[in-house]
Design a protein around this ligand. Structure first.
Ligand code: TTP
Ligand code: MG
Length: 396
């Protein structure tokens, strides 16, 4: 796989029964028992089930009522989503130590590109073992790992020996491992395509790999045929693409002392919104997504964001969005706020017409031109027609 340096080496990692495993880790009395996480109200569905619960036929997306029937002795919990997000951050922190190229796929899985890292490891398999051990040691949780020359095979591999799996697929093993599997295991083949393929007699991946290209093309069309034949032969050229932080313009403030009142927090959000607005306008940008960040006294950190049809660049519009997000955030009793942040992302292309783009509201535009003129001369904290800007002791 890594011998010649030309082929890739891709690792896929996926946590086992992620939410349920976090619950079992955090509650000793749940360990070894069927734990089901999900919505407990009338029409709730299962988010996930521990492997003990899966033996009863409980699985993700199943209506909770059915899960309760299948596994009456189960432990049913709503789940602690901020906790899962924190653990996920911790896991991705570990992944970042094991490869400079990490692509997160979901809260509990991602791809690592190990290509060219031969010297750092005894073997890819050993590296995978070390990664699993680091995760187990630092988070107390178990992951499954797949290693292969491409993404498709790596993801398939991580699933083959779950839970606690470590599976390597080499190119020459494709006929043995891949071909006996049902066509539905091919990425992008859902129920409909599966049915269509079965009409033509393609049930296993090997059936597709051995099909005549021309015949398959006629049956399912060029695009799908190429996709199916590539993957059925274990070929997949998609690179591991690390997500860069969404480009954003933001400001945050860490307070000298944690603040405890919502009113005070709102004043800071206004100041931050004004600073973000000013920066957006200065750069001729409009943000479709507004995010607030809240760090509590215990350092737990939350972000909340909303995306709007209209791009924003005016202080009061940004503040309104920030306030709405903040209003919906329940502040736990007794913990103060240590940090607040506001940022905008998801930019429209900068307009070539004017600093403000095609702005309908002439009055607003003139007002902000005047304000920004003053800010330009005297610094960004000098003025806001909204009154409170610049009162936070912002740090950069
Ligand atoms: P998965 O990795 O699909 O499932 P899992 O980690 O629970 O189990 P496995 O060992 O098979 O990987 O999803 C990760 C988490 O995402 C899962 O713990 C809960 C959540 N999730 C949902 O909330 N709803 C869903 O339908 C699925 C599939 C997952
Ligand atoms: Mg998982």
């Amino acid at each position: 796989m890594m011998e010649k340096g030309s082929g890739r080496c891709i690792l896929h990692i996926d946590m086992d029964a992620f939410f349920a495993s976090v619950e079992q880790r955090d509650h000793e009395e749940y360990r070894g028992k069927p734990v089901i996480v999900g919505g407990l109200s009338g029409r709730g569905v299962v988010s996930t089930a521990s492997y003990e619960a899966r033996k009863f036929g409980v699985h993700s997306a199943m209506p909770m009522a059915i899960a309760k029937r299948k596994c009456p002795q189960g432990i049913f919990v709503e789940g602690n989503y901020p906790q899962y997000a924190r653990v996920s951050d911790q896991i991705f922190g570990i992944l970042d130590r094991f490869s400079p190229v990490v692509e997160p796929l979901s809260i509990d899985e991602g791809f690592l590109d190990l290509t060219g890292m031969e010297r750092l490891m005894k073997s890819p398999e050993d590296y995978g073992r070390r990664l699993k051990a680091a995760i187990r040691q630092e988070t107390g949780l178990v992951a499954s790992v797949g290693i292969a020359p491409n993404k498709f095979l790596a993801k398939l591999a991580s699933d083959l020996e779950k839970p606690d799996g470590l599976t390597v697929i080499r190119m020459e093993e494709v006929p043995k491992i891949l071909w006996p599997l049902p066509v539905s295991r091919i990425w992008g083949v859902g129920k409909k395509t599966e049915e269509r393929l079965s009409l033509y007699g393609y049930r296993r991946i090997g059936d597709l790999a051995k099909a005549k290209a021309e015949t398959l093309r006629k049956q399912v069309g060029d695009r799908l045929a190429v996709h199916l034949m590539e993957l059925a032969n274990g070929r997949d050229n998609r690179p591991v693409e690390p997500v860069h932080e969404a480009q954003s313009i933001g400001k945050e403030t860490t307070f000298e002392e944690d603040i405890h009142s919502r009113e005070e927090a709102q004043r800071h959000l206004l100041a931050l919104s004004s600073q973000v607005g000013w920066r957006l306008r200065r750069e001729g940008k409009r943000a479709h997504t507004i995010q607030i960040k809240i760090r509590l006294g215990d350092f737990s950190t939350y972000t909340r964001q909303k995306t709007l049809k209209e791009g924003l660049c005016y202080d009061e519009d940004i503040y309104r969005a920030a306030l709405e997000l903040f209003g919906a955030f329940p502040l736990p009793h007794g913990t103060g706020i240590r940090l607040l942040g506001v940022s905008g992302s998801g930019f429209d292309a900068p307009s070539e017409l004017s600093l403000f783009g095609v702005e309908q509201d002439q009055r607003k535009e003139r007002l902000y031109q005047a304000i920004d003129g003053l800010k330009g001369r005297f610094g960004e904290k000098i003025v806001s027609h909204l009154g409170e800007a610049g009162r936070g002791n912002s740090r950069r």
